[in-house]
Design a binder for this molecule. Structure first.
Ligand code: TMP
Ligand code: ASP
Length: 241
């Protein structure tokens, strides 16, 4: 499949049309931003890792019965996906307190929850992706009640599958963000699953005060070793192949 015209350029990816109206090609860049684009940088090799990692995980989730946008990997940075209409919600699942949860509610990072929790943000850069609840999503016509139920159920199922997957790599899945899209009347998992969109902590490092991040927090928080962290998680992911 070949690219025709560019449809969109986001912070970390470009999207191109193809000859097939049902499919687009996503092209992963090395560009990184944080804090709604305020912080900008480059993470060398990130595009390749995020493309390949996301594709591996989407295929793994398909096998678990979760419907995704994944169609076919073309090369290191380019993948054919279904042309979905994105539901403008960022769906965040958390297993352990970190990031904005810790800040907002005054809970120390590394505090484990007895059960996973979910939150929605309204995907809107101009508003800074504000936190919303199900009823706000309905009031804003972002999704139907049925779609929201489906999204919640699917997001928790993704969490169970991914937690187990990463546990075997000696990595704890702390939290992550998902996006969903509509394709031919169906809700499918879209966007990416990568160190840009997940918090991965080295297993066993977070019941103390310190933890070792193998994700984009190394960029967000200027922790150093950004490229190495992406390479390390990717190495573990591909070790068994
Ligand atoms: P948060 O603690 O900053 O709300 O982030 C929760 C999770 O969502 C974390 O794994 C990083 C991911 N995330 C994104 O994928 N995109 C974003 O714009 C933000 C703010 C977080
Ligand atoms: N990707 C988001 C941005 O630039 C934020 C993040 O991942 O922290 O704004």
């Amino acid at each position: 499949m070949k690219k025709t015209e560019q449809l969109y350029e986001g912070k970390a990816k470009k999207v191109f049309a193809t000859e097939n109206p049902d499919y687009v090609i996503v092209s992963y860049k090395d560009d990184a931003t944080a804090f709604n684009g305020l912080k900008k940088g480059t993470i060398a090799g990130k595009g390749v890792i995020n493309n390949k990692m996301s594709n591996m995980l989407m295929q793994f989730l398909e096998k678990k019965g979760i419907h995704t946008h994944y169609v076919e990997e073309i090369d290191d940075r380019n993948t054919v996906v279904k042309k979905v209409r994105i539901v403008p919600l960022e769906v965040i699942i958390r297993n352990v307190a970190a990031g904005s949860f810790s800040k907002r509610y005054g809970v120390a990072e590394g505090t484990a929850f007895s059960a996973p929790t979910i939150e929605f943000s309204y995907k809107n850069d101009d508003l800074g992706d504000p936190l919303i609840n199900d009823y706000h999503a309905l009031a804003l016509n972002l999704a139907t009640a049925e779609e929201i139920e489906n999204i919640k159920k699917t997001a928790f199922a993704v969490n169970e599958a991914l937690k187990e997957f990463f546990r075997a790599l000696n990595v704890d899945l702390i939290d992550f963000k998902l996006e969903f899209g509509r394709f031919k009347g169906e809700i499918v998992l879209a966007d990416e699953i990568s160190p840009d969109t997940c918090r991965f902590w080295e297993a066993g490092t977070w019941d103390t005060t310190q933890h070792t991040s193998l994700d984009k927090d190394r960029f967000r928080r200027d922790l150093g070793g950004v490229e190495d962290a992406y390479a390390e998680i990717f190495k573990r992911l591909t070790a068994g192949e």
